[in-house]
Write a protein that binds this ligand. Sequence first.
Ligand SMILES: CC(C)(COP(=O)(O)OP(=O)(O)OC[C@H]1O[C@@H](n2cnc3c(N)ncnc32)[C@H](O)[C@@H]1OP(=O)(O)O)[C@@H](O)C(=O)NCCC(=O)NCCS
Length: 157
Amino acid sequence: MQNNKDSNEAEAYQVRKLEITDKSKGFMELLQQLTVCDPVSDEEFQNRFEELKSCGDDHVICVIEDATSSKIIATGSVFIEKKFIRGCGKVGHIEDIVVDSSARGLQLGKKVVGFLVDHARSNGCYKVILDCSDDNKAFYEKCGFKEKEIQMVKYFI
Ligand SMILES: CC(C)(COP(=O)(O)OP(=O)(O)OC[C@H]1O[C@@H](n2cnc3c(N)ncnc32)[C@H](O)[C@@H]1OP(=O)(O)O)[C@@H](O)C(=O)NCCC(=O)NCCS
């Protein structure tokens, strides 16, 4: 019985790559829980989707869809930077991790980060990095990250 429950839950919460139809499944509304995220038109969404798709494995956005409600309840992205240092090494940059407020604490954030880390590793990155607030430090430590140096930023808007 427990095994059935576990496999049903695993099926309900699978990580997959973003699909164009995810806009109508609440993907943009989910991003609004992360930061400023103004609405975009279907055309704008499609253009950005195609642009990212043309980057292939170098820029991946993943999601978890709740199989019951067909809503996108978790997402994250990884961008693979190609360098000259470290023998033309590659670095993965994880960004925009968010889990729907109603689904937090179910290990979905960890699952999304794990998917992105695996993607970076299997695509030849020698490390994967991200920025986060003090509040989220413990979460990323649970995902296997450690604190290193500081973040700097200059905003243009
Ligand atoms: C941060 C966030 C993505 C975590 O997602 P989540 O699905 O609730 O986290 P998980 O259930 O996968 O948690 C994994 C582990 O981290 C712990 N954890 C999660 N958030 C934590 C926090 N803020 N502080 C301390 N520990 C935390 C969990 O207790 C769990 O521990 P366990 O493995 O020992 O049980 C989610 O709270 C969120 O979307 N926050 C708003 C957006 C945001 O701040 N995103 C991060 C941008 S850098």
